[in-house]
Write a protein that binds this ligand. Structure first.
Ligand SMILES: [Fe+2]
Ligand SMILES: [Fe+2]
Length: 269
């Protein structure tokens, strides 16, 4: 797997996307593992990336905010590509409070020791004040951990969608609108299906109400961990596609045949 660390992308006032991009040897597409830095009266780190990427990730994050200035660490959920550096960030940022939930904290208990007196438990629909703005935790329509909450910044209108609204990419782009439209139509649906294969048993009207919750935020930007940012007309299009997910077939995953192929590629001739 080759990982590149493009320069952080400014997506709104004081809001930067850290956007490492990974590509397996011979793979036709690459995948992001993003997180956010939000400067402001009380700076926030949104998700903490993967343990294996700690050094270059921390270098970019702390080029945008001084560790002692970080006031909040928002954890969208407890998967390893989001919580991989959580204990490290808590140690580096002694003035930061971890915004998580009871269940996420419980699920990480075997992995790391999280001080209770540095946590704040914020459930879906709840908010917290960060000095010059309020943040609202809003669960995205698709997710792969029951602890998932996205984060809406009421000052900039940026909505962090956690794993939702992702897509593999052919290479680095700043905005999903730069991707070939036909490819995006397929890859974003396949990604949503892989993330939430339970869509096949979901009532479209009920999932639609979850999509409504994000639409009602009227976000200026939607961005999550696994794709480029969505702006302008891409947002409405993505929301409409999300509504169609329950009627889609579940996306097939690479199987043993693919693994055999990969292994044969790795074997010396
Ligand atoms: Fe996840
Ligand atoms: Fe993820």
């Amino acid at each position: 797997m080759s990982i590149t660390f493009p320069d952080p992308l400014r997506i709104a006032d004081g809001t930067y996307l850290i956007r490492p991009l990974g590509q397996a040897p011979g793979a036709p597409v690459a995948m992001h593992v993003n997180s956010l830095v939000i400067q402001g009266a009380e700076p926030v780190i949104v998700d903490t990336n993967a343990r294996l990427l700690r050094e270059p990730w921390a270098e970019q994050v702390f080029s945008l905010v001084e560790p002692q200035d970080v006031k909040w660490i928002f954890l969208s959920h407890d998967d390893t590509d989001h919580a991989g550096n959580l204990d490290f960030v808590l140690e580096r940022c002694p003035n930061a409070t971890l915004v998580t939930s009871w269940f996420a904290s419980e699920r990480m208990a075997g992995e790391m020791e999280l001080p209770l007196d540095r946590q704040r438990w914020i459930g879906n629909g709840e908010s917290f004040d960060a000095g010059d703005r309020t943040f609202v935790a809003v669960r995205p329509p698709t997710w792969d951990s029951p602890t998932t909450r996205g984060l809406y910044d009421t000052k900039t209108g940026v909505y962090w969608s956690s794993d939702a609204f992702g897509t593999p990419v052919l290479g680095l782009v700043d905005d999903v609108a730069e991707m070939p439209a036909e490819m995006l139509a397929e890859t974003c649906m396949a990604f949503s299906s892989m993330l939430s294969p339970w869509h096949e048993v979901v009532d479209p009207a009920k999932l639609g109400r979850w999509v409504d919750r994000v639409a009602e935020l009227a976000p200026s930007v939607i961005v999550g961990a696994h794709g480029p940012q969505l702006t302008g007309t891409s947002i409405g299009l993505a929301l409409e596609r999300m509504r169609m997910l329950p009627d889609m077939p579940v996306a097939p995953l690479p199987d043993q045949g693919v693994l055999d192929q990969l292994l044969s590629m790795l074997q010396p001739a």
